[in-house]
Design a protein around this ligand. Structure first.
Ligand SMILES: [Zn+2]
Length: 447
């Protein structure tokens, strides 16, 4: 997921916005009411060559038509978002939503639509000339288990339902962009791969994106953009995480009768104390957390097992490896200390570490073309786009050194991963797909 963020305050640049909209040949209404999702990003006096080229791109007749059509077809985009979201897609059970997404992609005229062996839906739009291959994806999976009521309610401009922002918004934005590129016959270069991928959320452990970068396409993906979350952020830092389920095990016994043997929960307590005292840097940011503990059978039994789940994170792969090494040392030291506490006991005390998930860390530099193009397109549209660090599908290509970002899909989101998750389109949600399209076309190039 991309955690949603609250919009910063509007800065009152409406006259400038309207003027620039006219200059760009965009409908003034497209930026007339900048009251909700994003404040204006003040324009620099002189545009860089890249910024100037994106400004120019936004005046290309087919691009202007596509931008307008995204706005006038906003209800269609919202219908896609709501109806996709009413198809359950629990982790590892994305098939029904994948089939529906495949059918919608086919209906739009996207070519060669297929499912890969992992369950990702993949289609292509071929450009009219040479150029890079850009993969544009939204993720199909949600965090919600089977049986969750996924009915979407509408209240004015607001859609409410599990997964409505994360990532039904992304899935709808991807369709909206693909639809206009096809309908307006935009003469772009290269190839656009359109993807609905599985396995982004926690238990999925990025399995969909990993498969994309291991499968037949692995060497041909030059640029990767996932649309995930709401608002107008650019994620170019991929937070890596290592997650473990750790078991301390012993024979167990009566708390009075068998007293004098190592206690797995006591050993786990020693480990937790060591974890709690780990050093955590802020640059790069490193975090650790024991999130779940369980074990034991009764108050008067030495337990045969103590279990805990641990999450380590960092945007730096080396910092993550370093804290992981210290964690492993602490887990083992706790065993040694608990055994040493009861030297006369012959009872075994064992440590079993299960890996729940490893998400690779990575970073697409601020100076990369994909980040600068994303920023330039936002500047052309007068929307404010912070650069952020998060854990998304883009982690996989970032870790492989491929240019990758995750872009937000516009609008205002609340309560991601909760049952009352909401997405508010307000007056200008359409700017999300407009922005994503401009970034995509800026990277692929338009004749
Ligand atoms: Zn997400």
């Amino acid at each position: 997921m991309r955690p949603s963020r609250l919009a910063p305050a509007t800065r009152g640049l409406l006259p400038a916005l309207r003027a620039s909209a006219l200059l760009l040949g965009l409908p003034a209404a497209a930026v007339a009411q900048n009251t909700s999702a994003q404040p204006a990003q003040p324009k620099k006096t002189a545009a860089t060559p890249l910024e100037a080229s994106i400004d120019k791109l936004a005046t290309h007749p087919t691009v202007v038509a596509a931008m307008r059509q995204i706005q006038s077809d906003n209800a269609w985009t919202l219908d896609q978002q709501a109806s996709i979201c009413q198809i359950p897609a629990p982790p590892f059970k994305e098939e029904a939503r994948a089939a529906a997404y495949r059918d919608r992609m086919k209906a739009l005229g996207i070519q060669n639509v297929r499912l890969d062996s992992e369950g990702n839906v993949i289609g292509e739009i071929k450009g009219t000339g040479p150029g890079p291959t850009l993969l544009l994806a939204g993720h199909l999976d949600t965090v919600f288990p089977e049986g969750t009521d996924v009915t979407v309610k509408r209240e004015g401009t607001k859609l409410i339902g599990p997964g409505i922002g994360d990532d039904c918004r992304g899935l709808a934005v991807v369709l909206s962009v693909a639809r206009q590129i096809i309908t307006q016959k935009i003469p772009f270069g290269g190839r656009l791969l359109v993807v609905g991928n599985v396995g982004e959320e926690g238990p999925g452990n990025l399995r969909g994106t990993r498969a994309l970068f291991k499968g037949p396409l692995k060497d041909s993906i030059d640029l990767f953009i996932s649309v995930d979350g709401t608002g107008f952020g650019i994620t170019n830092g991929g937070v890596g995480s290592n997650r473990y389920r750790v078991h301390y095990k012993g024979p167990g016994g009566h708390s009075y009768g068998a007293f004098g043997m190592p206690n797995p929960i006591h050993a786990m307590g020693r480990a937790i104390a060591k974890i709690a005292d780990l050093e955590a840097t802020t640059k790069p940011k490193v975090t650790f957390n024991v999130g779940i503990i369980s074990g034991g059978t009764s108050v008067n039994s030495i337990p045969f097992e103590g279990i805990m789940e641990i999450d380590l994170r960092s945007e730096s792969a080396s910092a993550l490896a370093e804290i992981d090494a210290r964690l492993q040392k602490a887990l083992r030291a706790a065993i040694t200390e608990e055994k040493a506490r009861w030297p006369q006991s012959k009872a075994a005390l064992d440590l079993v570490i299960d890996t729940i998930g490893i998400r690779p860390a990575g970073m697409t530099p601020d100076t990369s073309l994909i980040v600068r193009t994303s920023l330039a397109a936002a500047r052309t549209m007068n929307v404010y786009t912070p650069l952020t660090t998060s854990s998304t599908d883009a982690n996989v290509p970032m870790n492989l050194g491929r240019p990758a970002v995750t872009l937000d899909g516009g609008g205002v989101g609340r309560g991601a991963h909760s049952l009352d998750e909401s997405y508010d389109d307000r007056t200008d949600g359409y700017k999300g797909p407009q922005w994503v399209m401009l970034v995509v076309l800026g990277l692929l190039g338009v004749k």
